[in-house]
Ligand binder design. Structure first.
Ligand code: NAP
Length: 271
């Protein structure tokens, strides 16, 4: 059993922190009494307490007192305030899991005087347990702590371990920001449907189910995307006409350039 009565402190209980708490409780991986969340907004904390029956506090240091595991789930710009605040109070914590974008393992370990750090990059579908997280761990994180990290991150969906921290910036660009690219694609498809004459709700239903069905089909068939695309593309047909326009407009290059821009930005923010 990776968790055996340990208490997990969440510093920052916004969208992602709450998603992790919800996943852990719904999957019955932890008892509510073993979770404490700290956040500046008392009203928000009260909602979380009512919703999940967890312990809450507006004091970050108090949240970590007596806790075994610390999850850092604040926005990146808040880390420069939170890390000095926690310094000297988390030496005995056996595992620190950060989901904060762009803050390196070294920065967290040196700021908190604790080297048992896991750094991860989840994504927003984690809110319904359908996310994917790339994570890495400092060498000092032991076997049981790695299992605990897997359980915590598994509350958001799938996860992949990376040996090298540099994959975290790549994951930020691909899967972390990825949902935004998909939503923009969805929006553009729906707008095209409305432009042709569909009612918006019909266009939304057509596009959503087309995306969902295509992804599940690709996953279940195991075929290469090019093979799947060829199945829809008859000689001289409608799909071929559409794909020709999309290639002409540089769709692949634009997507690739977008991902690279996110990667460069992630690297720059981490410095
Ligand atoms: N959303 C994504 O797509 C995504 C994906 C992967 C990773 N992440 C990472 O996940 C982290 C959290 O993102 P999020 O979307 O959950 O953000 P969020 O909803 O803004 O949650 C952050 C929470 O931290 C609270 N907070 C602010 N200052 C604090 C302090 N000094 N001490 C403790 N808590 C404080 C915020 O309260 P207030 O609202 O009152 O400021 C908020 O409730 C980020 O670092 C982000 O990089 C996000």
């Amino acid at each position: 059993m990776a968790f055996n009565g340990e208490t997990i402190a969440f510093v920052g209980a916004g969208v992602m922190g709450e998603a992790m708490i919800k996943g852990l409780l719904h999957q019955e991986l932890l008892q509510p009494a073993h979770i404490i969340a700290s956040d500046p907004r008392a009203k928000h904390l009260e909602t979380l307490r009512e919703r999940y029956d967890i312990r809450v506090t507006t004091d970050n240091v108090e949240a970590t007192r007596g806790s075994d595991v610390l999850v850092l789930s604040v926005k990146p710009q808040v880390m420069s305030k939170v890390l000095p605040e926690l310094r000297g109070h988390v030496d005995s914590i056996s595992l620190i899991v950060s989901i904060v974008a762009g803050v390196p393992l070294k920065t967290i370990a040196e700021s908190l005087l604790n080297v048992r750090v896991v750094r991860s990059m989840p994504n927003t579908p984690g809110q319904i347990g359908q996310g994917i997280t790339v994570w890495t761990a400092a060498p000092e994180v032991g076997g049981n702590q790695r299992k605990q990290a897997e359980i915590l991150l598994g509350a958001l969906g799938e996860h992949i371990y990376a040996n090298d921290e540099s994959f975290l910036d790549m994951a930020t660009a691909l899967s972390g920001s990825g949902p935004a690219y998909v939503f923009m694609f969805m929006e553009a498809m729906v707008d095209a449907g409305v432009h042709m004459g569909f009612a918006r709700r019909d266009a939304e239903k057509l596009v959503t189910q087309t995306l969902l069905g295509s992804v599940l089909y690709a996953q279940q068939s195991g075929l290469h995307p090019a093979q799947l695309r060829n199945q829809v593309t008859s000689p001289g047909g409608t799909t071929a006409a559409a794909l020709h326009e999309m290639e002409k407009g540089g769709l692949r290059t634009v997507l690739s350039e977008g991902v690279w821009a996110a990667y460069r930005r992630s690297q720059a923010l981490g410095q």
